[in-house]
Design a protein. Structure first.
Length: 609
């Protein structure tokens, strides 16, 4: 109900009022036109007051709670008789475990008193008192004096102004507030609700900010399969959190080894005494994390900023065991099995002698990282082999084994490596088949590369697919030395497989001589730039050697250091007067800080006449 007050001017907009800054252990609850409330009230409730021995008087006070004109309590315009201690108020009750410590509001209160009519046999000259009380019934006041007023006949009481004067910040320590108008007096008098045309009492709360103190920390927990035991777990196991607090939960953050992994922020409403909801059992993301031991830390904040930390240690293994066939000859099948994290728990080997047969299990033993099975019939070199290997976290490698051939430039790899000149591409060709010769068509092969430098990490270089005959091709672009891994992730019924190849790229450099011909000796400055395709020179530089061909072999006569974004180097050498023809080249050493293999520049010839 929206009511126009007869002797209150048109309500002006609440003047700008910065909300009280929340302190550690406190939070603000706002209403109506207070900053941040946006014309909403969920904290102050209307209350029809009465003396316990007399009971309520319906219709005595009318309330308006929609915040359009503020929160309004006004006595009835009809001339009704109000019992002693009856009236209307708005109440704020702090949540259990919290304390109201401050109040800032914009309000207007008005009350009048009437003289006793001697013509009546009963005292009817009561007054409408204005008040703000705490939970004990004590009056509350602030920087502008007590929020109370007792009118007398001909002298009405007013607190604030119709436009809504601010109370300032009132410091209190209570569990509830009651703000309103009350029929009072000195001799149990009655009050009339109006003078026949205008209400005798009214209260308007335009906006309020209540600061609540909460010194209790929330209760929080981490649960789910991931933290239910001290054993090895998989990253895909469930992880949940829950938290509760008397003032609600504002946020929860999960840290893994001290680094943020995921965060959940509640939808909080500052117009409610409990602004944030509690959190029931809710999934929380672990994020990408490697195998091994990790510390999980859940940090939960309540509405007042009180924090609780829950710590759990876990052991993660999200990687299935690796399986490599090391022997399949005669009647013996041996596989190397390993798991870097939780360790291999068990394994089985099955075989088939032809494609049309089902796989049959063989007696299998696991010992010292080897899975060994004895073939019952046929030759181990020609049977299809299927394995199932589990680790202690429950990861499983399962499926038929396959084989991958790999060649580069039409030639087989030598020692698993291929060597090419600087600036050249290399085309790798391969084929995937089962152990018993069935081509695996339509399979994706991921190509990963790792530069040949200290501390380099693998990156994705590309993906290729096999054709109907299980063949694939990958063209490695010109670049530095690197390891290429061709990984088949497996598919239903097929175990994963990976092969690696080392691509050795010979380092290169330009070389220039300031003089090519010397008469009787002299100084020559040699300079050039390293080939840096796909690489950079370390900040400390890259060592290079100047060599001369003398006495039937190359001899190092000077060392320089290539530097900068262009890998520039220079060195000066003084030739003696001995006549001759001297070929000079640059040798670029192999170093862990530079991803190229040993290489040389072309030679330049210096002639001494």
């Amino acid at each position: 109900m929206r009511r126009t007050l007869t002797f209150i001017f048109v309500v002006m907009a609440l003047f700008a009022l910065a909300p009280a800054r929340a302190e550690a252990g406190t939070y603000d609850v706002v209403a109506c036109n207070a900053p941040g409330a946006n014309g909403v009230n969920h904290s102050w409730t209307p209350n029809l007051d009465f003396a316990a021995n007399l009971g309520p008087q319906p219709g005595l006070v009318a309330f308006d709670t929609d915040c359009a004109d503020g929160l309004v309590a006004v006595t009835a315009t009809g001339r009704q008789r109000a019992n002693y201690l009856s009236g209307g108020s708005f109440n704020f009750v702090a949540p259990s475990g919290t304390t109201i410590v401050a109040l800032q509001a914009s309000r207007f209160l008005h009350g009048e008193a009437m003289a006793d009519d001697p013509a009546t046999p009963e005292p009817d000259g009561g007054r409408w008192d204005l008040y703000l009380q705490d939970a004990t019934g004590s009056l509350v006041g602030g920087v502008f004096g007590k929020e109370q007023c007792k009118p007398s006949p001909g002298f009405p009481c007013t607190i604030g102004v119709p436009s809504g004067a601010e109370t300032g910040v009132i410091q209190v320590a209570t569990s509830s507030l009651k703000w309103g108008v009350l029929c009072g007096g000195d001799t149990l008098q009655f009050c009339y609700t109006s003078n026949g045309s205008s209400p005798q009492a009214q209260f308007v709360l335009y906006g309020a900010t209540v600061k609540l103190q909460d010194d209790s920390a929330p209760v929080a927990s981490l649960g789910g399969d991931l933290v239910t035991s001290d054993g090895w777990r998989r990253p895909t196991d469930s992880l949940v959190w829950s938290a509760s607090d008397n003032a609600g939960i504002r946020s929860g953050q999960l840290l893994v080894d001290g680094a943020p992994a995921s965060r959940a922020d509640s939808a909080c409403d500052a117009t409610r005494p409990v602004p944030c909801p509690n959190v029931a059992t809710t999934p929380i993301g672990l994020g990408p994390v490697g195998d091994g031991r990790h510390e999980l830390k859940l940090v939960v904040d309540d509405s007042a900023g009180n924090a609780t930390t829950v710590t759990k240690s876990i052991q993660l293994d999200g990687t299935a065991p690796t399986v490599t066939l090391t022997r399949a000859s005669g009647k013996t099948i041996t596989l190397a099995v390993s798991d870097a994290a939780s360790g291999v728990a068990s394994g089985t080997v099955s075989v088939r002698n032809s494609v049309g047969e089902p796989f049959r299990a063989l007696p299998t033993t696991l010992a010292n990282g080897r899975l060994t099975a004895k073939l019952d019939r046929g030759s181990a070199a020609r049977v299809g082999i299927r394995v199932s290997v589990s680790d202690n976290a429950g990861n499983v490698t399962d499926g038929e084994l396959s084989e991958m051939s790999l060649r580069v430039g039409g030639q087989a790899l030598r020692g698993g490596a291929a060597s090419i000149a600087y600036g050249r591409t290399a085309t790798f060709r391969g084929q995937i088949t089962t152990r018993d010769g069935q081509p695996l068509g339509g399979q994706a092969i991921a190509v990963n590369q790792t530069l040949r430098t200290s501390g380099a990490v693998p990156t994705v270089a590309g993906t290729v697919a096999t054709d109907a005959k299980g063949r694939f091709s990958y063209r490695a672009p010109a670049g530095p030395s690197r390891q290429l891994q061709f990984a088949f992730a497996g598919s239903p019924g097929l175990a994963p497989l990976a092969r690696t190849a080392q691509l050795r790229v010979r380092a290169s450099s330009t070389i220039h001589a300031s003089r090519r011909t010397l008469d009787g000796g002299g100084r020559v400055r040699f300079s050039g730039r390293l080939g840096l395709r796909g690489a950079t020179v370390p900040r400390s530089g890259k060592l290079v050697d100047l060599q001369a061909f003398d006495g039937g072999r190359w001899r190092t006569f000077a060392t320089a250091r290539a530097r900068g974004s262009k890998g520039a180097w220079a060195s000066t050498y003084r030739f003696a007067g001995r006549t001759g023809r001297y070929p000079i080249r640059l040798r670029i050493r192999r170093e862990d800080v530079f991803p190229y293999d040993l290489g040389y520049s072309r030679s330049v010839v210096v002639r001494v006449r």
